[in-house]
Design a protein around this ligand. Sequence first.
Ligand SMILES: [Zn+2]
Length: 128
Amino acid sequence: MDDDKKRRRVIYDRSNGYCHICRKKVAFTNYGKAGERGSWEIDHSNPRANGGTDRLNNLYPACISCNRSTQHGSTRTERDRYGHTKAPYSRERANEFTENNTWAGAVAGASTGAMVGGACLGSNTKPS
Ligand SMILES: [Zn+2]
């Protein structure tokens, strides 16, 4: 896999393979192939013209028709048309939410405590 493809894969996975605007499923292998089923492009959530960056946290997969239409409005405006305010969650993110809503909160608290304990031990060690 070349770097471009890896980068595309990370972006694609951010929304679990759905257009972040209309939430249609897009096809990873049809990246940039306008007219193909599930074709998509990388969309800048905050457009470069508005100072948006090329960092991953500003990039989402969008089907080509949505991406082309965002030329005229912000991502938020476009998502509003479909009644969404946020991008779809990636599968990992969705799982986190499920776990946090059930029992993992307590476990997370316990492991944070352990980490803090470790940090204290470390800071008590005097440099020689
Ligand atoms: Zn779309």
